[in-house]
Design a binder for this molecule. Sequence first.
Ligand code: FDA
Length: 457
Amino acid sequence: MTQEHITRDVAIIGAGASGLSAATTLRALGHSVIVLEARDRVGGRLWTNTINGAPLEIGGQWISPDQDVLKAVVADLGLSTYSRYREGENVYVAEDGTRTLFTGDIFPVGQKSEAEIIRLIALLDELAGEVGCESPWTHPRAEEFDAIAFTQWLAEQSDDRVAKDNVALFVGPAMLTKPAYSFSLLQALLMAASAGGFSSLVDADFMLDRRVVGGLQSVPLGLAARLGDDVRLNQPVRHVRDNGARVTVSTDDVEVTAHRVIVALPPNLVNRMSFAPALPRLRQQMLQHQSFGFVIKVHAVYSRPFWRDAGLSGTAFSPYQIVHEAYDNTWNVDADTQDTRGTLVGFVSDVHADRLFRFSAEERQHQILESLSAYYGAEAMTPEVYYESDWAAEEWTGGAYAASFDIGGLARYGRDLRVPVGNIRFASSDIAGHGYQHVDGALRIGRDTAQEVAASL
Ligand code: FDA
Protein backbone atom coordinates (compact mmCIF):
# COMPACT_ATOMS: atom_id res chain seq x y z
CA MET A 1 0.00 0.00 0.00
CA THR A 2 1.35 3.48 -0.84
CA GLN A 3 1.77 5.79 2.09
CA GLU A 4 1.19 9.52 2.07
CA HIS A 5 4.41 11.34 3.07
CA ILE A 6 4.04 14.34 5.34
CA THR A 7 6.63 16.66 6.87
CA ARG A 8 5.94 18.62 10.05
CA ASP A 9 7.96 20.20 12.85
CA VAL A 10 6.31 17.89 15.39
CA ALA A 11 4.27 14.69 15.09
CA ILE A 12 1.91 13.94 17.96
CA ILE A 13 0.62 10.45 18.61
CA GLY A 14 -2.82 10.41 20.23
CA ALA A 15 -5.70 12.92 20.09
CA GLY A 16 -6.63 12.78 23.77
CA ALA A 17 -6.48 15.86 25.95
CA SER A 18 -2.65 15.62 26.22
CA GLY A 19 -1.97 15.32 22.51
CA LEU A 20 -4.43 18.03 21.51
CA SER A 21 -3.07 20.37 24.19
CA ALA A 22 0.48 19.79 22.89
CA ALA A 23 -0.59 20.40 19.28
CA THR A 24 -2.51 23.57 20.21
CA THR A 25 0.48 24.97 22.12
CA LEU A 26 2.96 24.18 19.35
CA ARG A 27 0.70 25.78 16.74
CA ALA A 28 0.40 28.89 18.88
CA LEU A 29 4.21 29.01 19.08
CA GLY A 30 4.44 28.93 15.28
CA HIS A 31 5.28 25.28 14.66
CA SER A 32 3.64 22.90 12.22
CA VAL A 33 2.07 19.79 13.73
CA ILE A 34 0.11 16.69 12.88
CA VAL A 35 -1.87 14.59 15.35
CA LEU A 36 -2.28 10.91 14.50
CA GLU A 37 -5.18 9.22 16.29
CA ALA A 38 -5.92 5.50 16.25
CA ARG A 39 -9.66 5.79 16.91
CA ASP A 40 -12.38 7.21 14.67
CA ARG A 41 -12.93 10.01 17.19
CA VAL A 42 -10.88 12.42 19.27
CA GLY A 43 -10.91 12.66 23.08
CA GLY A 44 -9.48 9.30 24.16
CA ARG A 45 -10.74 8.80 27.70
CA LEU A 46 -13.21 11.69 27.20
CA TRP A 47 -16.26 10.47 25.34
CA THR A 48 -19.80 11.84 25.45
CA ASN A 49 -22.07 9.46 23.59
CA THR A 50 -25.77 8.66 23.22
CA ILE A 51 -26.71 5.13 24.26
CA ASN A 52 -30.26 3.91 23.63
CA GLY A 53 -31.42 7.51 23.43
CA ALA A 54 -29.63 8.61 26.61
CA PRO A 55 -26.70 11.04 26.36
CA LEU A 56 -24.00 9.70 28.70
CA GLU A 57 -20.54 10.70 29.89
CA ILE A 58 -18.80 7.42 29.10
CA GLY A 59 -15.40 8.63 30.35
CA GLY A 60 -14.13 11.61 32.35
CA GLN A 61 -16.68 14.27 33.17
CA TRP A 62 -16.10 16.29 36.36
CA ILE A 63 -13.95 19.38 36.91
CA SER A 64 -12.57 20.16 40.37
CA PRO A 65 -11.82 23.76 41.42
CA ASP A 66 -8.04 23.22 41.21
CA GLN A 67 -8.16 22.19 37.53
CA ASP A 68 -7.01 25.66 36.43
CA VAL A 69 -5.69 24.69 33.01
CA LEU A 70 -8.84 22.75 32.15
CA LYS A 71 -11.00 25.64 33.35
CA ALA A 72 -9.01 28.07 31.18
CA VAL A 73 -9.38 25.83 28.11
CA VAL A 74 -13.12 25.44 28.78
CA ALA A 75 -13.45 29.23 28.93
CA ASP A 76 -11.28 29.76 25.85
CA LEU A 77 -13.46 27.35 23.88
CA GLY A 78 -16.56 29.29 24.96
CA LEU A 79 -18.00 26.32 26.84
CA SER A 80 -20.09 26.70 30.00
CA THR A 81 -20.19 24.64 33.14
CA TYR A 82 -22.66 23.90 35.90
CA SER A 83 -22.51 22.50 39.39
CA ARG A 84 -23.08 18.78 39.98
CA TYR A 85 -26.45 18.20 41.66
CA ARG A 86 -25.84 17.73 45.41
CA GLU A 87 -28.86 19.07 47.27
CA GLY A 88 -30.16 16.89 50.07
CA GLU A 89 -28.75 14.07 52.13
CA ASN A 90 -26.11 11.54 51.15
CA VAL A 91 -26.34 7.81 51.84
CA TYR A 92 -23.80 5.56 53.56
CA VAL A 93 -24.23 1.79 53.81
CA ALA A 94 -22.34 0.04 56.62
CA GLU A 95 -20.85 -3.47 56.51
CA ASP A 96 -24.01 -4.96 58.06
CA GLY A 97 -26.15 -3.29 55.38
CA THR A 98 -27.45 -0.51 57.62
CA ARG A 99 -28.30 2.55 55.55
CA THR A 100 -27.64 5.97 57.13
CA LEU A 101 -28.25 9.44 55.72
CA PHE A 102 -25.62 12.11 56.29
CA THR A 103 -24.28 15.46 55.14
CA GLY A 104 -20.64 16.62 54.95
CA ASP A 105 -17.53 14.65 54.00
CA ILE A 106 -17.09 12.19 56.84
CA PHE A 107 -19.21 9.07 56.67
CA PRO A 108 -21.53 8.26 59.62
CA VAL A 109 -19.38 5.52 61.13
CA GLY A 110 -19.64 6.22 64.85
CA GLN A 111 -17.63 8.66 66.95
CA LYS A 112 -14.54 6.53 67.47
CA SER A 113 -14.12 5.59 63.82
CA GLU A 114 -14.93 9.13 62.73
CA ALA A 115 -12.19 10.54 64.96
CA GLU A 116 -9.79 7.93 63.59
CA ILE A 117 -10.68 8.79 59.98
CA ILE A 118 -10.04 12.47 60.70
CA ARG A 119 -6.69 11.62 62.33
CA LEU A 120 -5.60 9.44 59.40
CA ILE A 121 -6.63 12.08 56.86
CA ALA A 122 -4.60 14.72 58.73
CA LEU A 123 -1.58 12.39 58.76
CA LEU A 124 -1.93 11.68 55.05
CA ASP A 125 -2.39 15.39 54.30
CA GLU A 126 0.87 16.12 56.08
CA LEU A 127 2.78 13.36 54.26
CA ALA A 128 1.27 14.30 50.87
CA GLY A 129 2.34 17.90 51.49
CA GLU A 130 5.89 16.74 52.21
CA VAL A 131 6.12 14.39 49.25
CA GLY A 132 4.44 16.65 46.67
CA CYS A 133 3.32 15.57 43.23
CA GLU A 134 6.08 16.70 40.89
CA SER A 135 8.90 14.42 42.04
CA PRO A 136 7.80 12.22 44.97
CA TRP A 137 10.76 9.91 44.27
CA THR A 138 13.15 12.58 45.56
CA HIS A 139 11.65 12.53 49.08
CA PRO A 140 14.24 11.25 51.59
CA ARG A 141 11.86 8.44 52.62
CA ALA A 142 10.65 7.68 49.08
CA GLU A 143 12.01 4.10 49.01
CA GLU A 144 10.58 3.33 52.43
CA PHE A 145 7.17 4.80 51.50
CA ASP A 146 7.19 2.90 48.20
CA ALA A 147 8.08 -0.43 49.81
CA ILE A 148 4.95 -0.62 51.91
CA ALA A 149 1.45 -1.46 50.65
CA PHE A 150 -1.12 1.18 51.51
CA THR A 151 -3.20 -1.33 53.50
CA GLN A 152 -0.11 -2.37 55.46
CA TRP A 153 0.72 1.24 56.25
CA LEU A 154 -2.87 1.80 57.43
CA ALA A 155 -2.63 -1.33 59.59
CA GLU A 156 0.46 0.12 61.27
CA GLN A 157 -1.34 3.40 61.99
CA SER A 158 -4.66 2.20 63.35
CA ASP A 159 -6.57 -0.77 64.70
CA ASP A 160 -9.95 0.70 63.73
CA ARG A 161 -11.04 -1.47 60.79
CA VAL A 162 -13.94 0.73 59.70
CA ALA A 163 -11.70 3.80 59.65
CA LYS A 164 -9.07 1.94 57.61
CA ASP A 165 -11.69 0.59 55.16
CA ASN A 166 -13.03 4.09 54.59
CA VAL A 167 -9.64 5.78 54.18
CA ALA A 168 -8.55 3.01 51.78
CA LEU A 169 -11.73 3.59 49.74
CA PHE A 170 -10.81 7.19 48.89
CA VAL A 171 -7.57 6.30 47.16
CA GLY A 172 -8.03 2.61 46.22
CA PRO A 173 -11.42 1.95 44.60
CA ALA A 174 -12.24 5.64 44.14
CA MET A 175 -9.01 6.90 42.53
CA LEU A 176 -6.37 4.39 41.49
CA THR A 177 -9.14 1.76 41.00
CA LYS A 178 -6.84 -0.93 42.37
CA PRO A 179 -7.08 -2.83 45.64
CA ALA A 180 -5.28 -0.85 48.33
CA TYR A 181 -2.92 -3.79 48.99
CA SER A 182 -1.56 -3.54 45.43
CA PHE A 183 -0.06 -0.03 45.53
CA SER A 184 2.30 1.71 47.90
CA LEU A 185 1.96 4.52 50.39
CA LEU A 186 4.14 6.65 48.06
CA GLN A 187 1.77 6.05 45.13
CA ALA A 188 -1.20 6.98 47.35
CA LEU A 189 0.58 10.16 48.45
CA LEU A 190 1.29 11.11 44.82
CA MET A 191 -2.41 10.69 44.05
CA ALA A 192 -3.36 12.84 47.04
CA ALA A 193 -0.71 15.52 46.45
CA SER A 194 -1.67 15.85 42.79
CA ALA A 195 -5.19 16.82 43.88
CA GLY A 196 -3.94 19.29 46.51
CA GLY A 197 -4.00 16.89 49.50
CA PHE A 198 -5.74 13.82 50.89
CA SER A 199 -8.57 16.04 52.17
CA SER A 200 -9.41 16.84 48.55
CA LEU A 201 -9.80 13.14 47.67
CA VAL A 202 -12.25 12.75 50.55
CA ASP A 203 -14.32 15.71 49.44
CA ALA A 204 -16.68 14.66 46.62
CA ASP A 205 -17.97 18.22 46.38
CA PHE A 206 -14.41 19.25 45.51
CA MET A 207 -13.33 16.39 43.25
CA LEU A 208 -16.64 16.16 41.41
CA ASP A 209 -17.57 19.80 41.37
CA ARG A 210 -18.65 20.94 37.91
CA ARG A 211 -19.76 19.53 34.57
CA VAL A 212 -19.47 20.94 31.07
CA VAL A 213 -22.62 21.75 29.12
CA GLY A 214 -22.77 19.23 26.30
CA GLY A 215 -20.27 16.92 28.00
CA LEU A 216 -16.53 17.03 28.70
CA GLN A 217 -15.65 15.60 25.28
CA SER A 218 -16.58 19.09 24.01
CA VAL A 219 -13.07 20.10 25.15
CA PRO A 220 -11.09 17.76 22.85
CA LEU A 221 -13.68 18.25 20.10
CA GLY A 222 -13.22 22.02 20.33
CA LEU A 223 -9.41 21.79 20.32
CA ALA A 224 -9.46 19.37 17.38
CA ALA A 225 -11.81 21.61 15.40
CA ARG A 226 -9.23 24.41 15.62
CA LEU A 227 -6.48 22.08 14.42
CA GLY A 228 -8.63 21.08 11.43
CA ASP A 229 -7.00 18.70 8.92
CA ASP A 230 -3.91 18.39 11.10
CA VAL A 231 -5.80 15.84 13.20
CA ARG A 232 -5.96 12.53 11.34
CA LEU A 233 -8.36 9.86 12.63
CA ASN A 234 -8.15 6.07 12.12
CA GLN A 235 -4.35 6.28 12.11
CA PRO A 236 -2.89 3.88 14.67
CA VAL A 237 0.84 4.54 14.75
CA ARG A 238 2.83 1.34 14.24
CA HIS A 239 6.46 2.49 14.06
CA VAL A 240 8.62 5.28 15.44
CA ARG A 241 12.14 5.59 14.01
CA ASP A 242 14.57 8.16 15.34
CA ASN A 243 17.77 8.56 13.30
CA GLY A 244 19.04 11.35 15.53
CA ALA A 245 18.44 14.11 12.99
CA ARG A 246 14.79 13.38 12.27
CA VAL A 247 12.10 11.10 13.58
CA THR A 248 9.74 9.16 11.32
CA VAL A 249 6.33 8.05 12.53
CA SER A 250 4.27 5.67 10.42
CA THR A 251 0.74 4.35 10.31
CA ASP A 252 -0.64 2.02 7.62
CA ASP A 253 -1.51 5.07 5.46
CA VAL A 254 0.79 7.89 6.48
CA GLU A 255 4.50 8.43 7.09
CA VAL A 256 5.39 11.63 8.91
CA THR A 257 8.91 13.02 9.13
CA ALA A 258 9.39 15.50 11.96
CA HIS A 259 12.00 17.08 14.22
CA ARG A 260 10.28 15.70 17.30
CA VAL A 261 7.49 13.29 18.23
CA ILE A 262 5.28 13.54 21.28
CA VAL A 263 3.90 10.18 22.38
CA ALA A 264 0.64 11.26 24.09
CA LEU A 265 -0.52 7.79 25.12
CA PRO A 266 -0.98 6.00 28.42
CA PRO A 267 2.17 3.99 29.29
CA ASN A 268 0.53 0.59 28.68
CA LEU A 269 0.10 1.42 24.97
CA VAL A 270 3.60 2.71 24.25
CA ASN A 271 5.07 -0.71 23.51
CA ARG A 272 2.32 -1.51 21.02
CA MET A 273 4.45 0.56 18.66
CA SER A 274 7.89 -0.55 17.54
CA PHE A 275 10.77 1.81 18.18
CA ALA A 276 14.04 1.96 16.29
CA PRO A 277 16.36 2.18 18.04
CA ALA A 278 14.63 0.28 20.85
CA LEU A 279 13.64 2.30 23.91
CA PRO A 280 16.33 2.39 26.60
CA ARG A 281 16.32 -0.50 29.07
CA LEU A 282 15.27 1.53 32.12
CA ARG A 283 12.28 2.94 30.21
CA GLN A 284 11.28 -0.56 29.10
CA GLN A 285 11.48 -1.66 32.72
CA MET A 286 9.49 1.36 33.86
CA LEU A 287 6.72 0.65 31.36
CA GLN A 288 6.38 -2.85 32.77
CA HIS A 289 5.79 -1.50 36.28
CA GLN A 290 2.90 0.82 35.34
CA SER A 291 -0.60 -0.51 34.83
CA PHE A 292 -4.13 0.71 34.49
CA GLY A 293 -6.68 0.34 37.25
CA PHE A 294 -10.00 -1.36 36.58
CA VAL A 295 -13.38 0.27 37.10
CA ILE A 296 -16.85 -0.09 35.60
CA LYS A 297 -18.66 3.24 35.30
CA VAL A 298 -22.34 2.30 35.47
CA HIS A 299 -25.10 4.52 34.06
CA ALA A 300 -28.74 3.98 35.05
CA VAL A 301 -31.35 6.31 33.54
CA TYR A 302 -34.85 6.54 35.10
CA SER A 303 -37.98 8.38 33.97
CA ARG A 304 -37.26 10.98 36.67
CA PRO A 305 -34.67 11.54 39.44
CA PHE A 306 -36.87 9.71 41.97
CA TRP A 307 -34.29 9.89 44.81
CA ARG A 308 -34.68 13.69 44.89
CA ASP A 309 -38.35 13.20 46.02
CA ALA A 310 -36.95 11.50 49.13
CA GLY A 311 -34.61 14.43 49.81
CA LEU A 312 -31.53 12.55 48.62
CA SER A 313 -28.63 14.24 46.84
CA GLY A 314 -27.86 11.05 44.95
CA THR A 315 -24.38 10.92 46.51
CA ALA A 316 -23.77 7.51 48.07
CA PHE A 317 -20.77 5.64 49.45
CA SER A 318 -19.85 2.33 51.00
CA PRO A 319 -16.57 0.43 51.17
CA TYR A 320 -18.76 -2.68 51.56
CA GLN A 321 -20.99 -2.37 48.49
CA ILE A 322 -20.26 -3.57 44.94
CA VAL A 323 -20.98 0.00 43.83
CA HIS A 324 -18.63 1.81 46.22
CA GLU A 325 -19.77 5.34 45.19
CA ALA A 326 -22.65 6.75 43.18
CA TYR A 327 -23.95 10.19 42.19
CA ASP A 328 -26.87 12.00 40.62
CA ASN A 329 -25.70 12.47 37.04
CA THR A 330 -28.86 14.00 35.63
CA TRP A 331 -28.11 16.57 32.94
CA ASN A 332 -28.87 20.11 34.09
CA VAL A 333 -31.85 20.97 31.93
CA ASP A 334 -31.52 24.70 32.60
CA ALA A 335 -27.98 24.72 31.28
CA ASP A 336 -28.07 21.72 28.96
CA THR A 337 -30.96 21.23 26.60
CA GLN A 338 -30.45 17.52 26.97
CA ASP A 339 -32.21 14.57 28.52
CA THR A 340 -34.62 15.52 31.32
CA ARG A 341 -34.63 12.00 32.79
CA GLY A 342 -32.91 11.12 36.06
CA THR A 343 -29.49 9.52 35.76
CA LEU A 344 -27.46 7.77 38.42
CA VAL A 345 -23.82 6.99 37.86
CA GLY A 346 -22.05 4.42 40.01
CA PHE A 347 -18.59 2.89 40.09
CA VAL A 348 -17.56 -0.76 40.56
CA SER A 349 -13.84 -1.06 41.07
CA ASP A 350 -10.91 -3.46 41.21
CA VAL A 351 -11.72 -6.87 42.77
CA HIS A 352 -15.48 -6.27 42.49
CA ALA A 353 -15.04 -5.51 38.78
CA ASP A 354 -12.89 -8.66 38.39
CA ARG A 355 -15.57 -10.76 40.02
CA LEU A 356 -18.54 -9.27 38.16
CA PHE A 357 -16.93 -9.71 34.76
CA ARG A 358 -16.88 -13.45 35.40
CA PHE A 359 -20.72 -13.42 35.37
CA SER A 360 -23.08 -13.07 32.42
CA ALA A 361 -24.06 -9.49 31.46
CA GLU A 362 -27.54 -10.09 32.92
CA GLU A 363 -26.23 -11.35 36.26
CA ARG A 364 -23.72 -8.49 36.43
CA GLN A 365 -26.47 -5.93 35.78
CA HIS A 366 -28.67 -7.54 38.42
CA GLN A 367 -25.95 -7.42 41.08
CA ILE A 368 -25.05 -3.83 40.25
CA LEU A 369 -28.68 -2.66 40.36
CA GLU A 370 -29.17 -4.46 43.67
CA SER A 371 -26.24 -2.51 45.01
CA LEU A 372 -27.75 0.77 43.75
CA SER A 373 -31.02 -0.29 45.46
CA ALA A 374 -29.18 -0.59 48.77
CA TYR A 375 -28.63 3.17 48.50
CA TYR A 376 -31.76 4.44 46.73
CA GLY A 377 -34.44 1.79 47.31
CA ALA A 378 -36.19 -0.75 45.06
CA GLU A 379 -37.02 1.80 42.34
CA ALA A 380 -33.35 1.72 41.35
CA MET A 381 -33.84 -1.87 40.07
CA THR A 382 -35.72 -0.78 36.93
CA PRO A 383 -33.90 1.86 34.88
CA GLU A 384 -35.09 2.74 31.37
CA VAL A 385 -31.50 2.69 30.12
CA TYR A 386 -28.63 0.74 31.67
CA TYR A 387 -25.04 0.95 30.39
CA GLU A 388 -21.60 -0.03 31.62
CA SER A 389 -18.61 1.98 30.38
CA ASP A 390 -16.08 -0.75 29.71
CA TRP A 391 -12.74 0.98 29.18
CA ALA A 392 -10.77 -2.17 29.90
CA ALA A 393 -12.21 -3.63 26.69
CA GLU A 394 -11.19 -0.61 24.60
CA GLU A 395 -8.23 -1.50 22.40
CA TRP A 396 -6.82 2.04 22.53
CA THR A 397 -7.13 2.47 26.31
CA GLY A 398 -7.13 -0.80 28.27
CA GLY A 399 -8.44 0.25 31.69
CA ALA A 400 -9.59 3.22 33.76
CA TYR A 401 -9.12 5.78 35.03
CA ALA A 402 -5.36 5.92 34.51
CA ALA A 403 -2.07 4.12 35.11
CA SER A 404 -0.16 3.85 38.37
CA PHE A 405 2.96 2.05 39.57
CA ASP A 406 3.08 -1.26 41.35
CA ILE A 407 4.74 -1.38 44.78
CA GLY A 408 8.30 -0.08 44.55
CA GLY A 409 8.02 1.11 40.95
CA LEU A 410 7.57 4.82 41.62
CA ALA A 411 10.73 5.15 43.71
CA ARG A 412 12.73 3.08 41.19
CA TYR A 413 11.57 4.66 37.92
CA GLY A 414 9.70 7.89 38.73
CA ARG A 415 12.71 9.98 37.75
CA ASP A 416 12.55 8.51 34.21
CA LEU A 417 8.84 9.25 33.68
CA ARG A 418 9.14 12.50 31.76
CA VAL A 419 12.70 12.20 30.47
CA PRO A 420 13.01 12.53 26.66
CA VAL A 421 14.49 9.70 24.58
CA GLY A 422 16.36 11.29 21.67
CA ASN A 423 13.75 13.20 19.66
CA ILE A 424 10.90 11.44 21.44
CA ARG A 425 8.85 13.04 24.24
CA PHE A 426 6.17 11.44 26.41
CA ALA A 427 3.03 13.14 27.70
CA SER A 428 -0.20 11.79 29.19
CA SER A 429 -2.23 12.31 32.33
CA ASP A 430 -0.71 9.09 33.69
CA ILE A 431 2.72 10.69 33.98
CA ALA A 432 1.62 14.20 34.95
CA GLY A 433 2.50 15.65 38.38
CA HIS A 434 -0.13 18.27 39.19
CA GLY A 435 -3.44 16.90 37.88
CA TYR A 436 -2.10 13.33 37.70
CA GLN A 437 -4.77 10.96 36.34
CA HIS A 438 -7.04 13.92 35.51
CA VAL A 439 -7.84 15.99 32.43
CA ASP A 440 -6.11 19.00 33.93
CA GLY A 441 -2.89 16.97 34.21
CA ALA A 442 -3.27 15.82 30.60
CA LEU A 443 -3.65 19.40 29.35
CA ARG A 444 -0.78 20.63 31.54
CA ILE A 445 1.71 17.97 30.49
CA GLY A 446 0.72 18.42 26.84
CA ARG A 447 1.29 22.17 27.11
CA ASP A 448 4.55 21.91 29.07
CA THR A 449 6.00 19.24 26.78
CA ALA A 450 5.11 21.37 23.75
CA GLN A 451 6.82 24.40 25.28
CA GLU A 452 9.96 22.39 25.96
CA VAL A 453 9.90 21.00 22.41
CA ALA A 454 9.37 24.47 20.92
CA ALA A 455 12.31 25.82 22.90
CA SER A 456 14.51 22.96 21.68
CA LEU A 457 13.71 23.38 17.97
P1 FDA B 1 -6.06 9.47 26.45
O1 FDA B 1 -6.04 8.03 26.76
O2 FDA B 1 -7.34 10.20 26.64
O3 FDA B 1 -5.55 9.75 24.99
C1 FDA B 1 -4.66 8.90 24.31
C2 FDA B 1 -5.10 8.84 22.86
O4 FDA B 1 -4.15 8.09 22.11
C3 FDA B 1 -6.44 8.13 22.66
O5 FDA B 1 -7.29 8.94 21.88
C4 FDA B 1 -6.07 6.85 21.93
O6 FDA B 1 -7.07 6.40 21.05
C5 FDA B 1 -4.83 7.26 21.18
N1 FDA B 1 -3.91 6.17 20.82
C6 FDA B 1 -3.56 5.09 21.55
N2 FDA B 1 -2.64 4.36 20.90
C7 FDA B 1 -2.41 4.98 19.72
C8 FDA B 1 -1.56 4.71 18.60
N3 FDA B 1 -0.72 3.66 18.56
N4 FDA B 1 -1.59 5.57 17.55
C9 FDA B 1 -2.39 6.66 17.57
N5 FDA B 1 -3.21 6.96 18.60
C10 FDA B 1 -3.22 6.13 19.65
N6 FDA B 1 -10.58 12.95 34.73
C11 FDA B 1 -11.12 14.09 35.24
O7 FDA B 1 -10.44 15.12 35.27
N7 FDA B 1 -12.40 14.09 35.73
C12 FDA B 1 -13.18 12.98 35.73
O8 FDA B 1 -14.36 13.01 36.15
C13 FDA B 1 -12.62 11.78 35.23
N8 FDA B 1 -13.34 10.61 35.24
C14 FDA B 1 -12.93 9.55 34.46
C15 FDA B 1 -13.79 8.48 34.24
C16 FDA B 1 -13.43 7.45 33.39
C17 FDA B 1 -14.36 6.29 33.18
C18 FDA B 1 -12.16 7.49 32.75
C19 FDA B 1 -11.74 6.41 31.80
C20 FDA B 1 -11.29 8.54 32.99
C21 FDA B 1 -11.67 9.59 33.84
N9 FDA B 1 -10.83 10.68 34.08
C22 FDA B 1 -11.33 11.81 34.68
C23 FDA B 1 -9.42 10.67 33.60
C24 FDA B 1 -9.25 11.46 32.29
O9 FDA B 1 -10.29 11.13 31.40
C25 FDA B 1 -7.90 11.10 31.68
O10 FDA B 1 -6.88 11.32 32.65
C26 FDA B 1 -7.55 11.96 30.46
O11 FDA B 1 -8.66 12.12 29.61
C27 FDA B 1 -6.38 11.31 29.73
O12 FDA B 1 -6.01 12.09 28.60
P2 FDA B 1 -4.70 11.67 27.79
O13 FDA B 1 -4.68 12.52 26.56
O14 FDA B 1 -3.53 11.73 28.67
O15 FDA B 1 -4.89 10.13 27.39
